[in-house]
Design a protein around this ligand. Sequence first.
Ligand code: CDP
Length: 226
Amino acid sequence: MGITIALDGPAGSGKSTTARKVAERLGYIYIDTGAMYRAVTLAAIRRGIELSNLSLQVLVQSINIQLEQSENGQKTLLDGVDVSREIRMPEVTRLVSEVSATPSVREAMVKEQRRIGKNGSVVMDGRDIGTVVFPNAELKVFMIASISERSQRRAAELQAKGINVSPDSIALELEKRDKLDSNREISPLVQAKDARLLDTSSLSISQQTEMIVGWANEVIGTKVAT
Ligand code: CDP
């Protein structure tokens, strides 16, 4: 059985792309947990429900979220329909931190994430993977980057998807979301004590990938030796 790799950090630190590439290199599965919270948020918007703990609890029990591995990365399905593009829309981004701070939503998503990752050989990215979802993960990485770098990356990513938002408004949104994610009561965004810190401000995706694959191979080597 392969190891569990937890990649946490704020938005735009390069987690998702790096996680996908690391998983490819190691032949592991890749799980973008943010996509799950985004899918719940999209469902809440579509049904026009109030963002209370109870309404969201009823909602999460009535929807089906699936993550599928495809050639161009992970596909997110909501009730069987591909919503990979819709979950990146600005209105989802605006509400996702509020939805994901809700206990009933976290409880359901964490349960599902543990189920998907229970066999190891997984790279999971999010905010609370190394602290809450898999506190015993063999490798934990906390990725950070400067706010200007993160907003430029995010603007370019959205542009490639045909969504035009200025880097300045993205910077404001990222800072607001980081604050909400870091200060919430349950599972805040925080570096696990045993996580390695990786500042990606001046690293390319391939450099980041190499660093993490190197660490993973070290950990795998030690595991085999013991
Ligand atoms: O891709 P981006 O970095 O914008 O964020 P994401 O990974 O798609 O996550 C979107 C939001 O979901 C975050 O801002 C958090 O509020 C929430 N989230 C969370 O609470 N716990 C996770 N494990 C992953 C995401």
